[in-house]
Design a protein around this ligand. Sequence first.
Ligand SMILES: C[S@@+](CC[C@H](N)C(=O)[O-])C[C@H]1O[C@@H](n2cnc3c(N)ncnc32)[C@H](O)[C@@H]1O
Length: 327
Amino acid sequence: MADLSYGDAAYWDQRYSTKGSPDEWLLHWTSISQVFEKYCGEHRTQWKFLHAGCGNSALTFEMYRAGYRQITSIDNSATVIQQMQEAHGEDGLEWFCMDVGEMSLAEQSFDVVIEKGLLDCLACMEDAHLATAKCMKEVIRILKFDGFFFCISFNHQRAPSLTSAPYHFRLCELQRTAALGAEYYVYVFQKASASILSLWPSYWRDLRLRLSEEDYRLIDQEGTWTDALDAQVGDVLEVVEDFDSGDQEAVRLTRGLRGILHFRDRDGDAMVRFPRLDAESVDRFVFEEDVRCSMRKRVAQQQPAAKKGAERLLRALESESGFSRNH
Ligand SMILES: C[S@@+](CC[C@H](N)C(=O)[O-])C[C@H]1O[C@@H](n2cnc3c(N)ncnc32)[C@H](O)[C@@H]1O
């Protein structure tokens, strides 16, 4: 297990096949039952619950003991799912070996999703941002509207990313628990939007290409243009004439399309990310040697002398009088 980490599926499989005793990550049921009962207690027999990334935690059957009757538990370790299935075949408990990023569960079929340590685990993966996004998109897909998402985590900063675009969860409650020198956070979110589902193809593509709002802003700026042969990583390029690679996985670039030079290796190969290109193959679009297809590079706009002078004057005034532009 030496080279494996929490982010590797093989790590968990090995851990579950070699370790005799069960794990319980972060918090036990007794520490979260109160807040859980507050939101779900009334509906314990009717609602459907999903424990995502269940491992061999006692959470599922502690919930069952507390009267929750329809609980599905999933994990991508086949080993642990088999162990749990054999140990807990109670009526109403279902165990599936499944990836949280590709759940074979019907849309809007669950009232509540619980994750305890799963997002923390995905955060250890090499492509953590992709794994987390896939998981969250699936959580939103299978949750009913107004359904609850319980997130139990080491991370005290989960809320901003999950309550903003593209997930738009509503944060109902956040509890901080300190135990044995560590701090744990219990978040109760509610599904308030499903817009991620329609946005998903372009959102996923931008994530894979690591495109951000800032990239879109960057390429939209105006500037003057010059030959792109000496373009450096981060430069904005523009296609000067239509380009068609003509091979099997044809790439078509239309005149005027702008992108950002993403990397350039020692041989001079360059890859350009085109935020507004809908072709699937865009992330594999590598120019060999120099930027071969006809491109030009944007030259940073020089500030007009008058504007520079005014800026200098303003800075001098600021330092003399303590006056700040933000005031
Ligand atoms: C930190 S453990 C938490 C286990 C359990 N929820 C608990 O509280 O003790 C993370 C679990 O997530 C599972 N996991 C990691 N990546 C997964 C994925 N992509 N799909 C499903 N399960 C995953 C691991 O196998 C592991 O059992």
